[in-house]
Design a protein around this ligand. Sequence first.
Ligand code: ADP
Ligand code: MN
Ligand code: MN
Ligand code: MN
Length: 341
Amino acid sequence: MAKIQAEYLWLDGYSPTANLRSKTKVLDAPPTSLTDIPEWGFDGSSTRQAEGKSSDCLLKPVAFFNDPIRGSNNILVMCEVLNADGSAHISNTRARLRQVAEKYAAHDAWFGIEQEYVLMQDGRPLGWPSTGYPAPQGDYYTGVGAANVAGRELIEAHTEACLQANLSICGTNAEVMLGQWEFQVGPVGPLAVGDELWVARWLLQRLGEDYDITVNLDAKPIKGDWNGSGAHTNISTAATRAEGGMAVIEAMCEKLGKFHEQHMQVYGANNHERLTGHHETCSIHEFRYGISHRGASIRIPMGTANAGKGYFEDRRPAANMDPYQVVTAVLETICGDGFQP
Ligand code: ADP
Ligand code: MN
Ligand code: MN
Ligand code: MN
């Protein structure tokens, strides 16, 4: 069988917001399972993951997907970063989630994440005039027509790529600011939602190269009366999905309120610029939950309230959050004694 290309993806050591990195390894044959994919290494001194003198870091494959860009039998490989001795590298936020997910596996938690982002070109949001501003927000959210949307070709290519990679992408929409978009993944388990979101982000950035468009995940890319970008995190467990789930959700919300500050520490950099109490957000200094309430920290969707069971939405995470850390925080608070960063 022909050799294939495997693109190894990992998170670098940049703080407070890690970047995706990747490089290509040629494998002798397509793998049939994870154990067929060899561990690999990279120079951690170039990614803020090591000092110059002993700079080798280890890449441990943890999930793999069809590579929709290269096609045929080529693959994308999500990796954890390990130290030379095999222990988890300090930048490896997935390692903690692995333990937490196992500890609370019996709760059967599912997550769905809404990734908002802004497409950029020539230093400004796609579709914006070279000087000044476009018409104020209003017509852009879920809009149609050349005056109201920018970048749809890339969004179509990205969605198709996610489907071909077998990611659980479940929808997309144009957002409130011109050039701003959203895709959603889930609902899937705690580790899968993180792996899939990182791979979907990688595909978006990678496809953006072909269009000369960059992807901005800042919490508040444009100051002023323009929407920030969030990563609403939707949550359910076996108990919230079962009869009587609404009472369980309310108890979870009360608990999440007690650990608001701890959660905010891992909900994305510069989130205070976004969580102002305007633009469908709740102030970062407050915690509120409510049915259908888009100005709350946590929204219980109408469908959940009507059915008396289902899922709820944590609206606080910013677009630049690390899903491994956010999911860890949520699990520790709703299933355990509360999250400590
Ligand atoms: P919104 O009305 O907030 O814009 P979206 O339709 O954009 O909602 O996103 C809904 C999200 O909820 C998706 O990411 C989806 O995967 C997730 N979701 C749906 N059902 C569940 C569930 N039972 N548990 C967890 N997440 C869920
Ligand atoms: Mn949404
Ligand atoms: Mn949205
Ligand atoms: Mn939402």
